[in-house]
Design a protein. Structure first.
Lengths: 293, 605
């Protein structure tokens, strides 16, 4: 019963604060571009509006893909510790979270390609290729932390940061993880998979009404998982509101970077990830191994 | 009992051959009955039983490892046989195809039963010979593929045989357990030579670098359903040799430590695994033939298995063994679903297909669950073994190996998505508008395999019991688990909780979905087309050069297949030269006359 309450708490936090922070992010981008921007609650309006409209479906795989996408991400989110708020204590294994995360991504990819629109396939092909780019340096950095702390439990690593954040203990790793985070969030300069002006928003091309609304929720939850992991691993988690404050700072930073940068081509992005961040990641891992011996 | 099984299979092969002369659908039924019977017998057969074979005493030994590998082989063969009941009508020589399949099963079971190295070699050759004559019954290029198969296979088997004779000349016995007791006292050079020679067979058969080149040709061109056996079962015979040699011989005692508790031989093997993963993944990404794509993925997964086994610790080794059964099931599901697609459409080229989900939904679901397991995504069993290998690598801080493993793991999302998008999703080709779902005999084994993969993903206890039995048998510390809770020194997770949460997430999404207004179903041709008016929707499908932007990055890569082919060309050129000089032509006579004259002058006669 307590578990159910905690899961609900995690999901509602992600829903309210995720959408609110997205709204704030839109405002920040607008101000950087010298626009006024929408109100902070615009994303709530967007989700509710799309959910209540009549739309079009492309068959059962499209519907199933959307459900699998949102369902998979909700499952992932419930295992992610939000600072001290852990829905399943002891079960917050890093690899489980990373791989459970792909269920949602696969559902979305499958549903969108199931529409039969080639723009969606191109977008998904790009998203997967980009994933090959950012995941490898990210996983090397995170596994070097897991090796250092001799655990793959995220909560244990949060607790171990009581005497100082990993941001200061492993600055190179934090930098690499942040660069990877930018790719995970799909923010510029790693925005090629959705590139609205180039491939008609890629995977989202055939979405309408509630399908769009469900995937907007999924996107919010995905962002919440990604940034929460960064805050947990490098900024020491923290109590509920401290965690949210740290979250907001990371989010605004990512938004500000994306507001001023152009877009990498997909092969440039992969080539970039496989040169600078991966070398830095190995440098970090090397330092960790040296410290151990 | 083991001897009886082998006799039954030999007789069954002959009976099946004769019966399928009457009606070709009977042959696969015989194979199916034999597989189910063998599985029934072996499931409760006590392990660690010794038996003689045709008068030779104590040649066969049914160990926990034999049990594990036999059962996974029989699952693959049973589904293959059931699928064949309908598929056999497309086979070129149905009776021979079926009889040879039974011979292959006989050979592999014999390999798993033998504790005597020479008996193992003989059974191994029986399995290879059985499959060798099936491969050329496939596509046009399959005859050439058979040459790849026989050459690489014999490199492996001759290495093995040479190693066995080296051991025999020293100890006068072929019994692997007796040899294992003496081997640690030998010189380091002898140990290296013997183990490399014995492992060579496993490396060649499981398609690990540098002997991986046969997989693309053979799996890609063999008869469609037999590719499932090749990738799901015969390749696992190689994994069996790797697992057996690495555990029967006390490798971690015999070789010095190299890095964080990994001995030098294991380290070399792990590097072979790394390279296999890299080659398999990158090559699979660029294939347009769906069977060849999965053949390369078999190379990558062979690398995973080798890395897991070579770590030789309680988590990694168990992960390697678990990955064997996962890959066996996944590869069988994938190749059977491809066989169903080819049965209905007649092509294996991804860009000639599309949108088949609207005609063959069960085949699609089989492929989907197969790739989810292959890519290691929960809640299928494929994730469990990957998780175990990851935990083992991370706990030892093997970051370079991790890089290859992660590239292979993320890369597998890329290559499995290519057939998913190109064959099953997207626009349905107009010539395939009338395609029907595969016949019921094909869908039943596919559904059972889907169920088994998901079941073992949620309740992996049965497989883990088999695996820990193997570990206990070889005096290794067994993998720890309590019910569905899997534990390592780095933390634990619970397959059941994860599955429940996935179900909860899905239900939440479904509730929102149902509460909101219903969507209107529109046809596939109703698309956003950037304002263009399209006449031919067959072309509005993104399938050829799916990852062109990424493939471009490694276009000019070196190819081992071409390297080996250039060796062949050198041999051919030498042969041609000799041929030319042995011919009765004026220039040949002149050449020999000149040689003779030169010799005479040189010795100053």
């Amino acid at each position: 019963m307590m578990t159910a309450v905690r899961v609900a708490q995690v999901l509602l936090t992600a829903f309210f604060f995720g959408l609110t922070f997205e709204g704030i992010g839109r405002k920040v981008t607008a101000r950087i571009q010298k626009r006024y921007g929408p109100p902070w609650y615009q994303n709530f309006i967007d989700v509710l509006k799309t959910l209540t409209k009549h739309g079009w479906t492309h068959g059962w795989i499209f519907d199933f893909g959307v459900l699998m996408a949102l369902g998979g991400v909700i499952a992932t989110l419930s295992f992610v510790p939000l600072g001290k708020l852990v829905a399943f204590p002891g079960l917050d294994n890093f690899f489980v979270i990373v791989y459970l995360f792909t269920v949602g991504a696969l559902g979305m990819a499958m549903g969108m390609v199931g529409t039969g629109n080639p723009w969606a396939s191109i977008g998904v092909a790009r998203a997967l290729t980009l994933m090959l780019g950012y995941e490898v340096p990210y996983l090397i950095v995170i596994t070097s932390l897991l090796y250092f702390y001799k655990t793959s439990n995220i909560s244990t690593i949060i607790t171990a940061q009581g005497d100082g954040w990993n941001l200061f203990k492993f600055p190179i790793g934090a930098l690499v993880a942040f660069i990877s985070l930018q790719g995970m969030l799909g923010k510029e300069p790693f925005e090629a998979p959705i590139a609205p002006a180039e491939i008609a928003s890629g995977p989202m091309v055939e979405l309408s009404a509630k399908y769009m609304g469900l995937l907007m929720l999924m996107n919010t939850f995905m962002e919440f998982v990604e940034i929460s992991l960064f805050v947990d691993f490098f900024l020491g988690g923290g109590t509920y509101f401290v965690f949210l404050l740290k979250y907001l700072i990371v989010w605004i930073l990512a938004v500000m970077i994306s507001a001023v940068l152009p877009r990498f081509r997909i092969e440039q992005a992969v080539a970039f990830y496989w040169t600078v961040p991966i070398l830095l990641a190995f440098l970090q891992a090397f330092i960790v191994v040296l410290n151990q011996h | 009992m083991m001897q009886n099984l082998i006799i039954y299979l030999a007789v069954g092969s002959l009976v099946g051959y004769l019966l399928s002369k009457l009606n070709k659908h009977i042959g696969p039924i015989v194979l199916f009955a034999l597989s189910i019977y063998s599985m029934f017998v072996l499931w409760n057969f006590p392990t660690d039983t010794m038996e003689g074979l045709f008068g030779f005493e104590d040649v066969l030994r049914f160990s926990a490892m034999s049990k594990y590998f036999s059962i996974l082989s029989l699952i693959v063969f049973a589904s293959f046989a059931f699928f064949n009941i309908s598929w056999i009508s497309k086979a070129k020589n149905p009776h021979a195809f079926n009889a040879l399949s039974i011979i292959t099963l006989l050979g592999t079971l014999g390999v798993f039963f033998s504790s005597n190295l020479i008996a193992l070699y003989i059974f191994w050759e029986i399995a290879v010979l059985g499959s060798l004559f099936i491969v050329p019954m496939g596509k046009e290029e399959s005859k050439k593929a058979t040459i790849w198969y026989i050459v690489i296979s014999s490199i492996g088997t001759y290495m093995f045989l040479y190693g066995v004779f080296m051991l025999y000349s020293r100890y006068g016995t072929f019994d692997i357990f007796e040899i294992a007791q003496n081997l640690p006292n030998e010189s380091i050079g002898f140990k290296w030579a013997v183990l490399v020679l014995l492992l060579g067979a496993g490396i060649a058969k499981s398609g690990v670098f540098p002997l991986h080149t046969w997989l693309r040709n053979v799996h890609g061109n063999a008869p469609d359903t037999f590719s499932a056996v090749l990738s799901g079962q015969l390749v696992k015979m190689g994994s069996y040799i790797l697992a057996l040699v690495l555990t029967v011989f006390p490798v971690s005692v015999m070789f010095s430590e190299f890095y964080n508790g990994v001995n030098i031989l294991s380290y070399v093997l792990i590097w072979l695994g790394n390279i296999s993963i890299l080659i398999g993944t990158l090559m699979a990404i660029k294939q347009n033939d769906m069977k060849m794509l999965i053949a390369y993925s078999t190379v990558a997964n062979g690398g995973y298995i080798l890395i897991g086994l070579a770590t030789l610790d309680k988590v990694g080794y168990a992960g390697g063994l678990f990955h064997i059964i996962n890959h066996a099931l996944a590869a069988t599901m994938i190749f059977l679903s491809f066989a169903a697609v080819v049965y209905r459409t007649g092509t294996t080229k991804i860009d000639e297909l599309g949108g088949l989900i609207h005609r063959m939904p069960i085949t699609f679901v089989t492929y989907l669950v197969g790739i989810i397991s292959l890519a290691g995504i929960p809640p299928t069993s494929g994730f469990i073994s990957k998780w175990m290998v990851f935990q083992s690598l991370v706990s030892r801080g093997m970051f370079v190996t991790e890089m290859f493993v992660f590239v292979g793991s993320i890369g597998s999302f890329l290559y499995v998505f290519r057939p998913l998008a190109g064959v099953f999703l997207g626009q349905l080709k107009s010539k395939h508008k009338d395609v029907k779902e595969a016949p019921i005999f094909m869908t039943i084994p596919m559904i059972i395999l889907v169920g088994l993969t998901v079941l073992w993903g949620i309740f992996p206890q049965q497989v883990l019991i088999w695996i820990t039995d193997i570990q206990k048998e070889f005096g290794m510390e067994p993998f720890e688990f309590e019910g569905t809770k899997l534990m390592t020194s780095m933390g634990y997770w619970d397959t059941w909780t994860v599955f429940v949460m996935f179900a909860v997430g899905f239900i939440i999404a479904a509730i929102i979905y149902i509460l909101m207004p219903k969507g209107k179903k529109i046809p596939l041709e109703d698309q956003y087309t950037s304002g263009e008016f399209l006449h031919n929707y067959d072309l509005y499908h993104y399938a050829s050069k799916f990852y062109a932007f990424f493939e471009r990055e490694y276009e000019g890569h070196p190819s081992f297949e071409e390297l080996y082919l250039s060796f062949v060309n050198v041999l051919k050129a030498i042969g041609k030269g000799i041929d030319y000089l042995a011919r009765r032509t004026a220039s040949a006579y002149l050449f020999w006359a000149a040689i003779v004259l030169a010799l005479i002058l040189w010795v100053r006669w």
